[in-house]
Design a protein. Structure first.
Ligand code: JFB
Length: 234
């Protein structure tokens, strides 16, 4: 999968070259391109923002450098990328979103700052036949300072689903949310050695070697944990 990320803070995305996703980049499973939006500015001050029409606080990102950047990036191949715009007003990014995107050959993330990107950017690329749609998405109901951290979250969630990335091929399918869409279970607790740590023992059933009992116990634990952590009336 190819992933491009455009930001005025390209160094902020550096951690994607570490750990699990970094290994997927090194092995060629993910072809990662991080771009500085200011490379597509046209003035001496490399301006990317302007005052909001209608007034109000803060600044808005101009669509002009974004349009030049996205057209250039798209023009590097014949594939149709999906444009992902992280925004606090977007549709929620969930595990099923990650699963759908993991089948896509090319994602381009437009990471805004300030009060966000001029709305005509999404509008234009929705209608541009060189692109496979636009996803305006939010990672959760809290306000970040920009799209970079959200893009990193999404790249990690998508990247770990790609064939060969997890190493342990069964783990991804078996995770907290992968069966989910509406009423799924979260995972139960996990344990490793030592068998007793600070007086706390590993549940007996896990030492029993009775695989059917272990499966049953884990299912019950997941059920309990889901009720404790996800019940609407806390
Ligand atoms: C994403 C962003 C801002 C408008 C903009 C660009 N879950 C999330 N919270 N915040 C963001 C997000 C996601 N995905 C997010 C992109 C941008 C926030 N900002 C800052 C703050 C308030 N209103 C700019």
């Amino acid at each position: 999968m190819r992933i491009d990320i455009v930001s005025i803070f390209p160094d902020y995305l550096g951690p994607l070259r570490l750990s699990l996703i970094g290994k997927a980049v090194d092995s060629g499973t993910i072809e990662l391109h991080i771009h500085d939006l200011r490379d597509w500015t046209a003035d001496r001050h490399r301006t990317v923002d302007d005052t909001p029409y209608g007034g109000g606080p803060g600044m808005v990102m101009s669509p002009e450098p974004w349009g030049r950047a996205l057209d250039d990036i798209r023009g590097t191949t014949d594939l149709k990328p999906k444009l992902v715009i992280p925004t606090p007003s977007g549709a929620r990014f969930v595990q099923s979103t990650a699963q759908q995107w993991s089948a896509h050959p090319w994602l381009v993330f437009a990471c805004g700052r300030y009060e966000g990107i001029d709305a005509r950017l999404a509008q234009f690329y929705h209608a541009d036949q060189h692109w496979d749609g636009v996803a305006e998405v939010s990672i959760g109901d809290y306000v970040l300072a920009g799209g970079e951290v959200a893009a990193m979250v999404m790249v990690e969630a998508v990247g770990r689903l790609l064939p060969g990335v997890l190493g342990n091929e069964v783990s991804a399918a078996d995770d907290s949310f992968s069966i989910d869409d509406s009423g799924e279970l979260v995972e139960g607790p996990v344990f490793t050695r030592p068998q007793i740590w600070r007086g706390l023992e590993v549940p007996e059933v896990l030492l029993s070697g009775h695989h059917a009992h272990i499966v049953q116990w884990r299912a019950a634990q997941a059920q309990d944990r889901t009720e404790q952590m996800r019940s609407v009336d806390r």
